[in-house]
Each structure stands twice: as structure tokens, then as C-alpha cells.
Ligand binder design. Sequence first.
Ligand code: ADP
Ligand code: ADP
Length: 236
Amino acid sequence: MSVLEARNIVKVYGKAEAEGATTALNGIQLSVTKGEFLAIMGPSGSGKTTLLNILSGIDKPTSGEVLLGGVMLHDMDANSLAQFRRKQLGFVFQDFNLLDSLTVKENIMLPMILEKKSVSEMEEKVQELAGLFEIEDILHKYPYHISGGQQQRTAVSRALVNDPQIIYADEPTGNLDSKSSTTIMECLEKVVKELSTTVLLVTHDVFAASYCQRIVFIRDGAIHSSLEKKSERTKF
Ligand code: ADP
Ligand code: ADP
């Protein structure tokens, strides 16, 4: 079953007929199945950010369609789209974006508070994820009092609380040393293996991409090639 489907996505910045218009994406076709761990790689300027913005509904394609869980993203009005995104998408950013004025637990709960979930439901979810990512002992702490690895695990927990269809991870290892990169990638691998949640990673980092089952390479706004692992144990 396809969780995410991009159909012939074209994105032109600026008026197409005007001088200086840039074709950032030129007919992207992509189908991501449930529980897949997929990386999109490509050089700077190849269209990765544009694609991620379109796949998450932040930006509209010039033409083409994105279906998330069978729902056409760009047909929704702004309010429905915002609500849909809060429920169906989880984001993990390069610098994690934790709020310093909130504890780890409050950071994790925030997306559920916005969804007006009940206190018992929130408590249960926090405990489940804190157990999975081994952060039970730091739930009452503030982000500046925990380690980098713990911050990452908090950010991944927060991305998962509303049981999203898919997690988008944008250069999660971008600023990290190799030990921290390993931590975040092991976390995302756990998301796929233990929660069967789909993860789409956008990265420059070959080490990060090596955790994925499939790597799609984009170049000049088009899919250039892709690589797939034949089985769990195979390397690329
Ligand atoms: P990547 O994330 O792979 O570096 P981007 O999606 O940022 O690639 O950029 C793809 C192309 O689109 C580049 O040529 C870039 O200059 C252009 N581009 C990106 N954003 C804009 C924008 N807001 N306006 C005009 N051109 C843009
Ligand atoms: P752990 O012991 O859990 O692996 P550390 O405290 O040793 O984590 O931090 C590992 C690395 O992560 C350090 O190089 C640190 O600079 C980096 N790091 C810590 N917090 C952040 C953050 N918020 N964003 C990016 N990198 C971070």
C-alpha cells in the first residue's frame, strides 16, 4: 500500500515564460509504501528542499499531485491542510527545534495538546514513546540539561505522538559528529522497524542514507537513479 504518492510533480519558481524562471522540479514520480525507510539524495540545488516542501504541503507544485494516505494534499483549503499536516505528518529537523521553556515531556506532548487529546491519552503516549526511546528518566528536565543524543530522541518522540502516516527527516545528521549521527539514525530505524511508521529522509550524508531500504537520487529536479537493498542483511 502506498502511503505517499507524488505524480508528475513540476515546480517552476517565477513565471514560466519570464526570464529568470527556474524549473526546480521537472516531473517527479515517487511512490512510498507503508513502513518503508527511504532516502532522497542529491547535490545542492537539485530540488530536495522544494520536493520536501511540496510533499509536506508547505508549498504548492506548479503541476502534479501529491497523495498522502490516499488524500490529495493540494486540494485542501489552508485550514484543513494545517490540521491534516498536524495529524498525518511528523517532522525531524536538523537542529531538532525543541522549545527551551518546556520540559522534555511538555515538548513531546505539544502536538497532542494542539490536537486537544485527553490527559490520559497524552500520558499513555508519552510513556510508550519514552520507554521505546529510553528517555523515561529525563521527562521532567529541560532541553539544555540533557545530552545531544537525548535531545534527538525527544525530537523523534515528539514527531511520533499523533501517530503520523510518515516522518519527514530533513538532514537530521547535518550538524552532527559520527556518534550523534549514529544515534539519530538508529532512532529512525527503530521508528520503521518497531512502529512500522514510514520515514522519508532527505540528506547529503551517505552514512545516514545507508540505513535506508531505498535511495532515490535526484539531479536537476528529476529522478536520476535509485538503489534498493535486496534484503535486510545486504549492504548496497
Ligand atoms: P536543494 O534542497 O537540493 O539544495 P532546492 O530545492 O533548494 O534544492 O533548489 C532547487 C532549485 O530551485 C535551485 O536552482 C534553487 O536556486 C531554486 N530555488 C529554490 N527555492 C527558490 C525560490 N524560493 N525562488 C526561486 N528559486 C528557488
Ligand atoms: P550523547 O552523549 O547522548 O551521545 P552528547 O552530549 O555527547 O550526546 O552530544 C553528542 C553531540 O551532539 C555533540 O557533538 C554535540 O555538539 C551535539 N549536539 C548536542 N546538542 C545538539 C543540538 N541541539 N543540535 C545539534 N547537535 C547537538
